[in-house]
Structure formats: structure tokens, C-alpha cells
Design a protein around this ligand. Structure first.
Ligand code: ZN
Length: 357
């Protein structure tokens, strides 16, 4: 079997051939059903560009199987972990919350317990019924983008879901579309890097089509227009937890200003770039670094002086602070020196903003 990587589309390499039952996440109710359940070959393909493993989907609807049911609430470790999840991620979880694949509904119950507006999307019948029994609002279907879900959620949570999905990019596009602009998505997946460290070959099963390490999980999400806010190994390194927001791209904003009676403070890289970006011709620059005094802003005839020049200069009507890192320090210095002119900065939209102290 030849296959290209789902994430980067480069050719993958086969690293393992295994045989397994077509289902490993559900057991069979009778011996007849069990013996009718076929063994299949699994070829584990690896992308060394992404550090990503994938297997081909098998022809079996795992989530339509009435025996498909994974419960975590039987385990005290899992209950403790899910409580940690809710507590630890509290600052990221904002209502309305969608949970994709809520399983037994234990996390949903914790979330509604702390007052969240919650909806779950659960295609597997038995899990859906468990969620309903807990009084959760749950839709017995796959998660999809529609009029009810588009731009709707502040938080989308999908624990132990991404590894099951064949067209993972289409799925992530749906998640992206369902989030408000400031929305956050939280994904948790098994950490294949940990399994690899332990040579735990039994981690490969036909229900899991994707096997992520930290780098492949980040790469996939970045390729789907998400920015990584936080990534961590959890549950004794068994899980990867990634928190992402919608990516925004740089845009160039054009504005022109008259800087002829203003001075720029900060002849660092950003100050010089700003000068060129705005085609600015201020009176001069000042900088706290004495090694720059008397020198020039590159590609211009604009000179750099000591801040002392500024305080004595009657032509100067104000200062534009170009530094981001030392902004507060510079303001404090201007105040300490009794500077009476205007103070400005240039904001992210290339607008000149008056700084009121
Ligand atoms: Zn790849």
C-alpha cells in the first residue's frame, strides 16, 4: 500500500504490518457474532516530515455498532483526570460549549455542573443514551457545520476523537467554522510518541486511523488555520492536549500622517521598520542607547539624538513611541522629565493613538 501523508501530502513509509480484529473497541455479544468478525491486515504508514502515523480506514461502521461504548467513569483515575481537565482549563472554557464525541457524558456532566451551556454530538447509540440519562443536551449524530452550529461556539472540545477520523482536515474545517472569531478548540489524543518509547505496538488498532506526536498534532492544526495556544502531555504522558484558536493573518494597513513636528522614540529594528512602513519623516529620532547618538536611521537622512535634545526642543510638539517592549519605561521617563508635549503610539491597524496618562 502506498499512501501520502494526510497532513503534508508527502509519501509515507510502511513501518509495521499487523493483523488485528476489525474491531477492538467493542466486544461481541455472542460467539456467532464474534466468529463472524473478521481479522484484517493493518499497515502502519509513517511520515517523517510530520512525525505522523496513519492507517487506512477499514470497511466497518464502528460507531453504528450497538456494542460500541467506551466508558471512562468506571475508573477513578479517569474521573480525577476529567475533573482536573475542567479545573485546569477553566480559563479557556467559555459557553456555549460543544463537545464532539462525549462518550459516557462524564465531562459534559462536569461542565454543566459548573454552569456551562453545553451541547454534545454523539453518533454512537449507547453513548448517546448514557448522555441523555445524565440530562445532557446531546445530538445523536456526527458533528457537522449547519445554520445552528456555524460561528456559534465559544469552545469546542473533542477528547479522543481526532484519531478516529479519516478526513481529519475536513473535520477540522467544520470545527473552525463552528467557532466564533475568539473561540477556542481543545483536542485530546493518545500520544503515539509515548507508545513508541515503550514499543507498545498494541496501540495500533483499526478504530484509530491517526497517531499523533506533539509535532504532528501542531502541524496538522496549523495547516487547518488554527494557532497553537498551548500544548501539553497529560495523563502520565499518555495523552496530548492541545488548545488552539483561529489563526489570523498579517495584513498591511495604509495610513499617512504628518510627523513634521514630532519625534520618534526608539531607533531599534521596529522603530526603523515603522519609519519606512509609514514613509515617516519625523524631526529626528531619540533613543536611550548613547551608542546611537549622532547616527542615522538607515536609508534616510533622519538623525538619532539623545532624549535630552527632545526636552529642550521647542519645535517638537510630541513624541511617537515606537518601542513595544519598553513602552511603559519610556512613558515613565517622559513624565519624570516633565515632558509637556503629546505622546502617541502606532497601533496594530497603523493608526496613531494618543496616549493619555
Ligand atoms: Zn506529513
Amino acid at each position: 500500500m502506498k499512501a501520502n501523508c494526510k497532513i503534508c501530502d508527502r509519501p509515507t513509509t510502511r513501518v509495521l504490518s499487523l493483523q488485528n480484529s476489525i474491531k477492538t473497541q467493542a466486544v461481541c455479544s455472542t460467539v456467532e457474532k464474534s466468529l463472524q468478525t473478521p481479522l484484517i491486515d493493518i499497515e502502519v504508514m509513517y511520515c517523517d516530515n510530520c512525525d505522523f502515523y496513519q492507517i487506512n480506514p477499514v470497511d466497518f461502521q464502528h460507531y453504528d455498532d450497538d456494542d460500541y461504548y467506551l466508558t471512562a467513569q468506571l475508573s477513578e483515575t479517569q474521573r480525577t483526570y476529567q475533573q482536573w481537565f475542567v479545573d485546569h482549563l477553566a480559563r479557556y472554557i467559555v459557553s456555549p460549549v460543544a463537545e464532539i464525541g462525549p462518550g459516557d457524558g462524564y465531562l459534559g456532566n462536569l461542565l454543566t455542573g459548573v454552569g456551562h451551556i453545553y451541547v454534545g454530538f454523539e453518533p454512537a447509540r449507547k453513548s448517546f443514551e448514557q448522555c441523555q440519562a445524565k440530562g445532557l443536551l446531546v445530538i445523536n449524530d456526527y458533528f457537522n457545520i449547519n445554520d445552528d452550529t456555524k460561528d456559534h461556539f465559544s469552545t469546542v472540545i473533542a477528547r479522543q476523537v481526532l484519531e478516529h477520523i479519516n478526513d481529519v482536515k475536513a473535520f477540522l474545517e467544520n470545527v473552525h467554522g463552528s467557532l466564533m472569531d475568539e473561540g477556542i478548540a481543545i483536542f485530546e489524543v493518545p500520544n503515539i510518541d509515548w507508545a513508541r518509547t515503550l514499543n507498545r505496538v498494541v496501540d495500533f488498532c483499526p478504530e484509530h486511523l491517526n497517531y499523533f506526536s506533539m509535532s504532528s498534532l501542531s502541524t496538522l492544526l496549523a495547516s487547518c488555520n488554527f494557532r497553537v495556544i498551548h500544548i501539553a502531555k497529560t495523563y502520565d504522558e499518555e495523552y496530548l492536549l492541545i488548545i488552539v484558536g483561529k489563526m489570523t493573518q498579517f495584513t498591511r494597513k495604509f495610513n499617512t500622517f504628518d510627523f513634521s513636528d514630532l519625534v520618534f522614540w526608539g531607533a531599534g529594528s521596529r522603530g526603523i521598520s515603522l519609519c519606512h512602513l509609514l514613509h515617516a519623516t519625523p524631526l529626528y529620532f531619540v533613543d536611550s542607547d548613547s551608542s546611537k547618538f549622532g547616527k542615522y536611521i538607515p536609508s534616510t537622512s533622519i538623525q538619532i539624538h539623545s532624549p535630552d535634545v527632545l526636552y529642550r526642543d521647542r519645535k517638537c510638539k510630541g513624541v511617537v513611541i515606537t518601542s513595544f517592549f519598553y513602552f511603559k519605561e519610556i512613558i515613565d521617563e517622559l513624565l519624570r522629565q516633565g515632558f509637556s508635549g503629546e505622546i502617541y503610539r502606532i497601533n496594530e491597524n497603523n493608526e496613531m493613538v494618543h496616549c493619555t496618562i
